[in-house]
Design a protein around this ligand. Structure first.
Ligand code: NAD
Length: 469
């Protein structure tokens, strides 16, 4: 059955939610307060890079099931279910900044004229579902009694793979104190839950977790904190591998074949980044602090991650001795492949640290064409251009495209021969055959050997860009 849906905030999450819900048969209005984003959205284009999303937007707009507006009141009048997808960046106290959420709550309160199910997709501090209801009640007082229910529906999509992840999730988590609201959402998600999606062969039923608000909110935080910790664990073992002369890529391949562990999110490298992991782990640490509890494992995960970003500087210092004036070619800027998102990107953090040390950094990224706020980092149009006269090449984002680079041509451009593979994606032998000296992370004895087969990435269709973080 088709539902009338409004999606408030059409950024990286909201645009995917809007496009996918229209795709599965709902009537969707996206509400966006940033006028600059509305222009491409109305033309069926996402205002950021996300594979497969433009096609969904064009499909929905063409079919008349998807539209975008800045008119909050009209969107409320034309919908019964409202997905809230506004940003909740980290505030100074480690907890998410709820300014945008307060704005949405006030607009909802001012425009509630019939019953709505409010679905929170933004990642918010534990207890925010009830807080949202209280803010709305405060603004509208008794006029809105019984006019809304709140559901927490945390989002687990990965940028770069977002459309696939939203349509083929590992699970859907719904939390509310109102069973009728949970029924509404379960009905809305039916095509996804039953994997009967337009244009696709039927798939296996997706598990639905029905729970209360706080448990749903905690499930999101615990999932992200676990994944971040898993990567930090691999990075800690990588440090030890470096010391004892083992190769982390083979160690994690061997570990990952154990189904109790699984091979995903075990890649040693420059560590995690993006808009979610750091923010969500900080929020959990901060929440624990409110109860007088120290989350020691999470604090350690953050510390290890921070250290990984310094590894490049340490390695270059060790090798080049002085960094002032050294030219560094940086391959990759996005926080991971498949996206142009630069929020808390390890690649950008590395660039900043190298510039701070006096390096001349020239970066190339397949989709990021500018680095606002970093005038000292030059942007090249190709990897070869970035490599001109470089003393070292540093690979910081594991774009699959980089594996196709002509390394000999790259080496012909550089004046130094150091190749720092910050994501361990290259076969050291291939890099060395091109005339570079290879340096990876946790590859104590870099060698070319037949690799142990990696566990296939669960749920990843063939041809997806990457299953790394
Ligand atoms: N990005 C991810 O991969 C991801 C994954 C899971 C969960 N989340 C969570 O989802 C939320 C959104 O993340 P995002 O990356 O999409 O953020 P984003 O900053 O890309 O998008 C937020 C959008 O909301 C708009 N907005 C803010 N206030 C508004 C208002 N009052 N009315 C209409 N539009 C408004 C902004 O202009 C922006 O376009 C966050 O809480 C985040 O933690 C993000």
């Amino acid at each position: 059955m088709s539902s009338r849906v409004a999606v408030i905030g059409t950024g990286y999450v909201g645009t995917v939610v809007a496009g996918c819900l229209a795709h599965i048969g709902h009537q969707v209005i996206g509400v966006e307060s940033d006028a600059a984003k509305l222009v491409p959205l109305r033309a069926g284009r996402a205002p950021f890079h996300e594979p497969g999303l433009d096609a969904l937007l064009a499909e929905g707009i063409g079919a008349g099931t998807l539209s975008f507006t800045d008119d909050f009141a009209a969107a409320m009048d034309g919908s019964d279910v409202v997905f809230v997808c506004v940003g909740t960046p980290s505030g100074p106290d480690g907890l998410p900044d709820m300014t945008a959420m307060v704005g949405v709550a006030r607009s909802v309160a001012a425009n509630l004229r019939h019953h709505h199910v409010l679905v929170n997709k933004s990642t918010v501090p534990i207890g925010s579902g009830r807080w949202l209801a209280s803010v709305i009640e405060d603004v509208a007082r008794t006029r809105i009694e019984g006019l809304f229910s709140v559901v927490s529906n945390p989002e687990f999509l990965r940028e770069g793979n977002a459309v696939h992840d939203y349509l083929h999730p590992d699970r859907v988590v719904l939390g509310s104190d109102d069973p009728a609201a949970l029924d509404t959402l379960a009905e809305l998600y039916q095509p996804i839950l039953s994997q009967t999606l337009p244009g696709e062969a039927p798939g296996e039923q997706v598990p639905l977790v029905r729970t209360d608000l706080v448990t749903a909110e905690m499930t999101k935080y615990a999932s992200n904190a676990f994944l971040a910790t898993k990567i930090s664990f691999a990075n800690e073992i990588a440090r030890l591998c470096e010391m004892v002369g083992a190769d982390i890529t083979e160690v994690t391949a061997g570990m990952g074949l154990d189904t109790r562990i699984g091979g995903r999110f075990l890649d040693a490298g420059l560590g995690w980044g993006g808009s979610c992991f750091g923010k969500d782990v900080s929020a959990l640490i901060s929440t624990a602090g409110d109860y007088g509890y120290r989350t020691r494992i999470l604090e350690a995960a953050v510390e290890v991650n921070e250290d990984q970003r310094n590894l490049v500087v340490e390695a270059l210092l060790h090798d080049l001795k002085t960094l002032r004036g050294a030219r560094i070619a940086l391959l990759g800027l996005a926080f991971k492949p498949g996206t142009d998102d630069l929020r808390d990107s390890p690649a950008v953090a590395v660039a900043e640290r190298l510039v701070h040390r006096g390096c001349f950094v020239t970066a190339f990224d397949p989709v990021v064409g500018a680095l606002p706020g970093h005038p000292d980092v030059r942007i090249a149009a190709s990897a070869t251009e970035a490599a001109w006269q470089a003393d070292a090449v540093v690979l910081a984002t594991d774009w699959q495209e980089f594996l196709g680079l002509d390394l000999k041509s790259l080496r012909a451009e550089t004046r130094g021969d150091l190749f720092f593979d910050g994501r361990n994606i290259f076969d050291p032998g291939l890099v060395e055959a091109a005339g570079f000296r290879y340096r990876g992370i946790g590859r104590g004895v870099p060698k070319t050997v037949e690799r142990v087969a990696k566990e296939p990435a669960e749920g990843r269709p063939a041809g997806q860009p990457s299953w790394r973080d």
